[in-house]
Write a protein that binds this ligand. Sequence first.
Ligand code: ADP
Ligand code: MG
Length: 594
Amino acid sequence: MTQSVTTPPSSSKRRSKWQLLMANRLAAAGLFVFGFILVVAILAPLLPMPDPNMTDQPNRLLPPLSQGHLLGTDHLGRDILSRLIWGTQISLIVGVSATALAALFGSLIGLVAGYARGVTDSVLMRFVDMLMAFPYILLAIAIVAALGPGLLNALYAIALVNIPFFARNIRGVTVSIRNREFVDAARLSGKGHVAILFTEVLPNVLPVIVITMSTTVGWMILETAGLSFLGLGAQPPTADLGSMLGQARAQLFTAPHASIIPGLMIFALVMSINLLGDGIRDVLDPRLRSGALDRPLSVTRIARKTTPAATLADAPVLVVEHLSTGFANGGAVTPAVRDVSFRLGKGECLGIIGESGSGKSVTALSLMGLVASPPGVISGGAVYIGGQDVLALRQQELIALRGARVAYVFQDPLTTLHPLFPVATQIAEAVMAHNHVGKREAHQRALELMETVGIRDAAERASAYPHELSGGQRQRIGIAMALANDPDIIIADEPTTALDVTVQARILELLQNLRRERGLALLLITHDFGVVAQVCDRVAVMKNGQIVEQGDTASILRDPQHDYTKRLIACVPELGEGHAFLDRVRPLFEEAKP
Ligand code: ADP
Ligand code: MG
C-alpha cells in the first residue's frame, strides 16, 4: 500500500515590521492618536487661532462651544484651544528632547562602562547608582530648585534623572555582547576600541535603545507636566500641559473644563505613546513578538474551523486525521504541519521520516497539545486515541492522558532530565504523577523499570545524577520514565540521534523488545532510513510539513514513489560504497523559486 501526494507551493510569507506593528490593534490605535496630536501640534503656527497668551478679562472662564472659543477660555480669558495646541507642542518638544538627551548620555555611559569594564565601569556605575539612590521625581525637583524654575532647566532635570535607566539597560546588553565571537574577530582584525564600539557593538544595542526610548518618552512627558504643574517648568505666560492644569486648579469647581481639557490631553498623549511604544518593542524584539516570554498555555491553542466527529468506531490505538498546526506570527498563522493523516495499531511501529525542519517534532507534539502556545496553534484536524478525539477533550482530561496513555521520549536526555535530582527519583516522580502510591513504592517501581530498560546494577545506579551516566544510559532512563505508567503509545522523537552507532542499535533493540512484550504502539521519529528499516512496520515520509508518501516499510524501500523518498533512501550508507548525502541544494533552489 503506497500512496503519493504532491506538494503545493509553500504559502508562508514573512511580514514586514510595519505590517506587524499594524497587526497589533492597540499599537495601531496608539499610532493613530499620537500621529493626529503630533500633526496638529506641528501645524500650530498655521492654524487660524487666537494668540494663546492674549488675555481678555471680560470673557473669563467661558464654557466650551462659546462663540469664537471652541473649548472656552481660562481664568484670564485666554482661548483654551489655542493654549492646548501650543501647550501640547511645548510638552512634546520638552519630553522628546529630554528622552533624546537621556538616551544619548545614558547609552554612552552604558556602552563605555559595559565595554571597558574594570575601573571605568566601576566609576561610571557608581555615578549612576548615586543618581538612582534618590527618588527621581524628588531629585528632579531638587535640580530645578537649584538651577531655577524654567522649561529648559526642567528639561535638563528630567533628562538627568532618566539617565540611569538607559545606562543600566545598555550596559547589561553591552556586557553580554562584548565577549561574543564577532567582537573577538573584529579585535583580531586590528580594529580599535572606538571602531569596535561603534561599528560592532552599537548596531546590536540599538534596538534596545529604541525600545527603552519608546517606552520612556510618555513617562518623561508626564514628568515634565508634573514639574510644570508645580510651577517649576513652563513659566507664565507660556503654556504647557502641566502649567495649564496647575493654573486651572483654583477654578476646579467653578470652571472644571479648564483643567479637564488639558488633563484629557495629557492622558491621550501619554496613553497613545505608551501603546505605540509597547507595539514597537514587540516588533523589534522577536522573542516578545512570538510570545516566547509569556507563560505558555498548558495546552496548545486549538482553533479548528470545522469540528470533526468526537469519536471514531473501531479505530486503532491512534488515528490522526488532517492535522494542521502552525505558528502565529502577528495576526497570521505560518503553517508548520499541513493536513497530516496516519494510523497506528496496537503493537505496531510507524516511522515518521524527513529532514530537519520538515515538521516531525511539531506533528508529534501536536498529538497531546504540547506545542508551545503562543505561538503554536492547532488549526485543524483530529487526533483519536482509543477512538476519542483528544483535541475535543477538556484541558484537564487531555493533561491527564499525557504520560498515562501517551508517553514521549526525546532526543537528548541530558536536556530533558533534571540535572539536580538522582535518576531514580525522577522516574519515581513520573510514577507518582499518575498513581496514588507512596514514595517507597514508587522508588521500588523505579528500580524495576531501570532493570526493564537494561540498566545493570539498578540499585546502585539509582542515586546517580544524569551527568554521571553515559548517553545510552541516560536515554534508557528516558525510556524508563516513558514506561512508568504503562502507556499505550510511545512517541520517540529522534531517540538515538544524540548517540553513537553501537548504542543506537541497543536502544532500538530495547524499544523493539518493549513493543513486542507490552504490545506498545511506537511512533518513531527519525531522519535516518536505516533506523526505519530496522524497526518500523510502516513509514510516513514528511517534507515541508506534509506527508508525501506512506506505506509498508518494505514496499517503500523497494519501490519509493516520491523523488524525495528516493533521495532519503539514497542517504543510507551501504557497506563497501561511499557515503551519499541528501542533495540539500536542490530542494533549497526549488523552494526559492516563487
Ligand atoms: P523537525 O522535522 O526537524 O522536527 P520541527 O517539527 O521542529 O522540525 O519544525 C517544523 C517547522 O516548524 C520548522 O520549519 C520550524 O521553523 C517551525 N517551528 C518550530 N517551532 C517553531 C516556533 N516556536 N515558532 C515558529 N516556528 C516554529
Ligand atoms: Mg525535531
